[in-house]
Design a protein. Sequence first.
Length: 667
Amino acid sequence: FADDGSRLWLKYDLLADVQQRDTYLKSTQFVAANSSHPTIKVAVQELEMGLKGLLGKAPVLVQTATKSGGIILNVAPNSPSTLPQDGFELFSEKGNIVISSKSEAGVLYGAFELLRYLQTGKSLTNLSVKSSPKIKLRMLNHWDNANGTVERGYAGSSMWKWTELPFRIDPRYITYARANASLGINATSINNVNASSRFLTEEYLEKIKAVADVLRPYGIKVFISVNFRSPRTLGGLKTSDPLDPEVRKWWNEKTKEIHRYIPDFGGYLVKANSEGEPGPQDYGRTHADGANMLAEAMRPFSGIVIWRAFVYNADPKGDRFKEGYAQFKPLDGIFDPKVIVQVKNGPIDFMPREPFHPMFGAFPKTTLGMEFQITQEYLGQSTHLTYLAPMFKECLDTDTYVKGKGTTVAKIVDGSAENHPLSLMAGVANTGSDANWCGHPFNQSNWYAFGRLAWDYTLSSEQIATEWTRMTLTQKPQSVQKITDIMLNSHPIYVSYTYPLGTSHMMGEGHHYGPEPWLTKAARPDWTSIYYHRADSIGLGFDRTGKVSNALQLYSPEVQQLWGNAEKCPLDYLLWFHHVPWTQKLSTGRSLWDELCHRYYDGVGQVGKLQSAWESVKSDVDKETFEDVKGRLKIQEKEALWWRDACVLYFGEFSKLPIPKPLVPPT
Ligand code: GCU
C-alpha cells in the first residue's frame, strides 16, 4: 500500500523483526490506568493503536495491574518527584513499565515516549527515564487566514476548515493534536499574525471553541492572533487607543466572552505596528501600553499575552538589524508579568543563516520568547530538502556571554539565565491541506525537530533526524544512516548555493522564492536586495562595525570580539558584519570573490550528491515517497543552478573578476 504521508511520524506499521516484536509483546500485554480523565483516555487509545499496529496485538485494557508484563499509567499530582507538572518518568517496576507524572498531559507525553522507544527499536528493559520540558510554552503559530489561504504556507490551503466549523470536525484535527502531543507541543495560535478581526466575532469564537475542544484532551491550548484595531472594527468605537477607558473595557469584555467559549483560553498573540498592521503607536502609545492593556484584560484568567518584536522602519539610511532592539529596549521592565515578547531568532527575518537576535540577553527584565519559522519561506519552500534542526540549534547554542560564558540563547529563552517563570518557543507552522501535511515529505521533519527541541534543546540534530527517519521512512540501519546524513548536510548545502558567507535577503520580491540580488526598488527600501548585500566595486557585505551601522555594539563585548574583526570572524557570518574587498584573502586561502564562487559552485555540486545518496536508499523506502523526493531533488538541482548563476553573474558585474578555474562559467 502506498504511503501518502498523512500519518506523519505516527505510522505504527508492523515491525518487521519477529523476535523484536515478541520481546516487546512480553512487556506490553496490558495497559492499566488510575484515571479516566480525557487526556488519560487518549493516552490509552494511543497505546492501544500504537501497540496493535507495531506488534500486531493490542494490549488488554485493565483498571489495575494484578500481574507483571504490562504498562501502568499513573497520574500522581502529589508525588514528591522534583519533575515539573508536565514532566514524566518512565521506569521498570516489578516487571511492569510505569509511566508517571504529576499531570495527565505528562502521562500522555510519556506514552508517546514509550511508543517512540518501540518505533526506534530501543530496549524496554530496566527503563529509568526522567524527562521534563526545558520550555514551558511549546507552541505552533499558524499563519492561516479565514478565507482558507495560508501566508507563507507551501502545502496547500489551510488545515482549518472555517466554513465547516463548528459543525464538522475534520478528522485531521485529531491527527494534528496527536502529532503535536507526541512532541510535547502544548499551545497553538490558529490564525495569521496579520490578523483579521473576524476571529473575535461570535461566529468565529464558536468555530475556535470547536477546535479547542478537540485539542484539549491532548494538552494543547488555543491562542488567537488579534488585530489591534478590533475595538473600532468590531466594537464600533472611535479609537483603539490602549489608554482609552472604553477601549480597555472593550478588551476586558471581549476577553470574558472568549472565556465563556474557551475556559482555558491560552491568550493573545499580537503583531502590532509592523508591516502596516495597526498598533498602539498609531495613538502615540508604546508597545508596552498595548501589551499591558491586554494583560490587564487577561488578569482574571490563566492566559497570557504574546507580543511580537518583529518591527522595523523603512529608513534607507538606517539598519533594520537594530530596529526591534531600539523600539523595545526602553520598555524593558515595563511589561506586565503576563506578557511575553516574542522575538524572531535573528534580527532581520528568518534568513537561512542569521546571527542571533541582539535582543536575546539584553532584556533582563522581560520574558523573551523565541520565534522560529518552520515553514520554509526563505529555505526552499516545498521543493528544496532542508532539515532545520541544525539551524535552530546553531541559534540556541550560541553564547550571548551576557552573564558570563555559557549564557547561551537557549538559557535566555528557557528563563534560567534571568529567572523568569514563563518561557516560550514558538514555530511558524508548515502545515496545510496537502495529503502529507507539509508539501515536501522531508518538511515534516522540521515540524518534528521543532517540537523535539522545544521540549529539549540539548537533543542533537543527528538524534532527531535518526528518530524521525526510523519513525517515518525506514528501519533499515544503512538507509537510516544515509538519510540522516542527507538531512544533516542539507542546510549547509542550501546556504552554499543561496546565501554563502553571511549574505542575506536577496530573494525574489513578494513570493520570496528564487534569487533576485539585483532588486533595487521595492515598496520600501528595506525590502530591496541592495540594502542588504551592499555590493560595489570594492567589495561585498554590510559593515556593521561602526562605519555604516554600529549594530554589532548591541552584543556583549565577547560577541563583538568574535564577529567584529573581519580577519577572525567565522566565514559563515562574515558579510553580516563586514564589507570585505573582493580581493581580500580569507582564512581558506582564497580571495573573497574566489571563495564566493567556490561556495556557490560547491553547493550545486553537493545537490548532486544528495541525489545519489537518495538513489541509494531506493529499495528501503516506500515507492511513492521515493519518487516524490526524487522529483523534488531534480527541481532543487535546477534551482540551485539558478541561484548560483544569478548571484555569481550579478556580483561579477561589481567584482569585474573572472570565475576562478576550475569552475566553469555559465554559458
Ligand atoms: C515576513 C513574511 C510576512 C510575515 C512577516 C511576519 O516578513 O514575509 O509574510 O507576515 O514576516 O513575521 O510578521
